[in-house]
Design a protein around this ligand. Structure first.
Ligand code: PLP
Length: 482
């Protein structure tokens, strides 16, 4: 086997590697007394993290590739000092979400309380698999899921479960829907999604073993929202083809432009036909938490299941996603196995019988602490200010030069008006490059066959002047012209 060239990046020079016995860190904390080495180590590690977060604006959101520390263990363990140096090297090469110009993706600065909660979560090392391994935290998860369900106007009896990311929440929802529809063993079953639904649903279909045509993409209107008439037509087609339907998936906030499918009409149609409605609200469902924005999520309470990702706009440290269900017992029925090696649960089922994951961390801890830190007002501010930033950028853009593709949320995409695909590719590549030189990071997804510049305005550090600067740059449609 030849040595890959990247190998040169590993295990090379290191700033300081002097082992010092005074900082020898025991692999397991003392159970007899406070462990001063551990305390020093955590304090030093958190000092470096605070420095990293606090110096964000002096660097770029996207650092150049740097040296990496050695990836594998050495015969003898290394000192605490070296561990910290290695950590520093990795941090120096990390994407910097705390930079005001980090606007490319749905990855905002981390909520500060959720950072601390993640540390505590690791230290507690509880396991949401079973109540006896996480007595207080299992209860907290149930309570917080119930709170979300009520805020989303799901009825009594609703609940949910935390999952490591929206992809897993969506998969869990579809597996639950299939079970409740009595289609577990029917390879002919079909899921209906919008043309602009998230790729995680394609993955879910593969995992579930659906036929290649088991996932049907329904056309959207000019605003990127699922066409209800096209959905009706397709449901009739399924009947003619004798193909049963697992679920209709409405997207509340599409990935490129933040479009919201017409949830009230979809809910009505699904109720009439006895079809499960799943709302993929990984981006948008959080807007239901604020009276000023909740009209955007009208009808959410009619869904059978809802994915919400507090790790996105709310900034809860990754991963933070919940699947909420109209009927908590649907999760228990779908995933119940019994855990014969555990004491019985106080609730109907253990945390490990509510979804696909077995052992899992108490991700609920950081969501709980972050939301408590923000309070209702803080949550509202995060949501409303994101919408104001999108509006401001939109106002800066010249519609006689740019085709602006947006929706009611905090995402916006654009490309030179009337430009063909090659020109859009060229413009977006040159524009991204130019903006990165100004420490503004945007992305360039392909949308309806052409590259766009996409901006996600969920970063609370982004100032009005930075938005104005970005708008001025984007209006330059000559960039990249040879
Ligand atoms: C982000 C996203 C997902 C997937 O969530 P992950 O946490 O990345 O797995 C699903 N649907 C939509 C609409 C998303 O934006």
């Amino acid at each position: 086997m030849s040595v890959p060239s990247a190998y040169a990046l590993f295990g090379s020079s290191r700033a300081s590697s002097a082992a010092s016995t005074s900082t020898e860190l025991s692999a397991f904390a003392s159970s007899e007394a406070l462990d001063p080495q551990l305390q020093n180590f955590l304090e030093e590690a958190s000092a470096r993290l605070c420095e990293w977060l606090g110096s964000a604006s002096k660097r770029s959101p996207l650092p150049a590739l740097r040296l990496l520390p050695q990836a594998f263990p050495e015969p003898r363990g290394v000192s605490a000092d070296r561990l910290l140096d290695d950590l520093q090297q990795l941090m120096d090469g990390a994407y910097q979400p705390n930079h005001p110009g980090a606007l490319a993706h749905l990855d905002p600065p981390p909520n500060t309380a959720s950072i601390a909660a993640e540390l505590i979560c690791a230290g507690l090392n509880n396991n949401l698999l079973a109540e006896e391994l996480s007595p207080s935290l299992s209860q907290l998860e149930r309570q917080l899921c119930s709170w979300f369900a009520a805020r989303f106007e799901l009825p009594d009896g609703a609940g949910g479960v935390a999952a490591s990311g929206g992809s897993l929440s969506n998969l869990t929802a579809l597996v639950t829907a299939r079970h409740r529809m009595g289609l577990d063993h029917d390879p002919q079953a079909v899921v209906l999604i919008s043309e602009q639904a998230h790729v995680s649903l394609d993955k879910a279909a593969r995992v579930m073993g659906l036929e290649p045509d088991g996932i049907r993409r329904i056309p959207v209107d000019a605003q990127g929202c699922m066409l209800i008439t096209a959905l009706q037509d397709h449901l009739q087609l399924l009947q003619r083809q004798n193909r049963p339907c697992i679920a209709v998936v409405a997207t509340a906030g599409t990935t490129v432009r933040g479009a919201i499918d017409p949830i009230p009409s979809l809910a009505k149609l699904c109720a009439e036909q006895g079809i499960w409605l799943h709302v993929d609200g990984a981006i948008g469902a959080v807007f239901a938490l604020c009276p000023g924005t909740s009209r955007l999520m009208e009808g959410l309470g009619h869904a059978d299941s809802i994915t919400v990702n507090p790790q996105k706009l709310l900034g809860i440290a990754k991963t933070s996603s919940l699947l909420l269900v109209r009927d908590q017992s649907s999760l228990e029925q779908t995933f119940h196995t019994g855990l014969p090696y555990m004491e019985p649960a106080f609730a109907a089922a253990h945390g490990g019988e509510l979804g696909l994951q077995g052992s899992r961390p108490a991700e609920i801890l950081k969501l709980w602490l972050g939301l408590r830190q923000l309070g209702e007002q803080g949550i509202h501010a995060v949501l409303e200010q994101a919408l104001l930033r999108r509006q401001r950028l939109q106002n800066c853009l010249d519609p006689s030069l740019l085709e602006i593709t947006s929706g009611p949320l905090h995402l916006l995409a654009c490309a030179p008006l009337g430009a063909d695909a090659p020109r859009c590719e060229q413009w977006t590549a040159a524009m991204r490059h130019r903006l990165l030189d100004q420490q503004i990071m945007v992305s360039r997804p392909v949308y309806e066959g052409r590259h766009r510049i996409k901006v996600v305005l969920g970063n609370p550090h982004t100032s009005d002047s930075l938005i104005d600067q970005l708008g001025t740059q984007l209006n330059d449609i000559s960039v990249g012209q040879s």
